[in-house]
Design a protein around this ligand. Sequence first.
Ligand code: SF4
Ligand code: SF4
Ligand code: FES
Length: 240
Amino acid sequence: MAKAKPKTKTENSTPMVKIFIMGAAHEVPASLTIMKAIEYAGFKITRGSGCRAGFCGACGTIYRKEGDYRIYAALACQTQVEDGMVLTQLPFVPAPKARYNVDELQPNASAMLKYYPEVARCLSCNACSKVCPQEIKVMDYVQYSLQGQIKKAADESFDCVQCGLCAIRCPAEIPQYHVGMLARRLHGKYNLKAPENLEHRVKEIEDGVYTEAFSELMKLSKADLKKRYTERDFIDQKKA
Ligand code: SF4
Ligand code: SF4
Ligand code: FES
């Protein structure tokens, strides 16, 4: 986090709380999320922020509460500050991701164990499920993966935002979110029927239906591209 010019606090009756960022005390409005509070305190977040809406998983944060020795973890853009919170930002979670060609695999336990043999070390401690901001039963999808129950693993991990908080808590050093991703890829490729609309659109692209339009867009300046985007026709999907 780079220190930016501090913001001027406005005169109003907003209740304030005291939080600590990297050890320094700051007064911030109690209604803010951790992410907004960090910015309110004058920091510019240059990494660890993306969608700001709970989808991208970029803003994993750990914190402590006053008088509580435990370490809590959360998404900074989705968690409101509390008085006495002691905050620090996490760098991204670089858990190792296996490289594989999903076309050469089968939806079974062998594929899982080949690329993520760590799943066999799961201690069933459930620390991953407890920390998950999406309230996913992470331990369960790890177990399903180990047992080759790919559909169940894919379904259970479906809402994962890849924040990595589960992996930093795992005593068996399992990159759970990558395991879930492999399960969903296997399930999507082998267990589900490809949507007709998607196949149709892919064929259109392969047949060059959009080639001319794409090349026209590629030549536009950023300003013209923005103008084109904001002035585009909206299609009401319910009526289409
Ligand atoms: S399963 Fe792990 S990576 Fe996915 S949202 Fe939960 S804690 Fe984050
Ligand atoms: S934290 Fe790791 S060892 Fe514990 S239940 Fe989750 S995957 Fe298994
Ligand atoms: S910034 Fe995307 S989940 Fe928080």
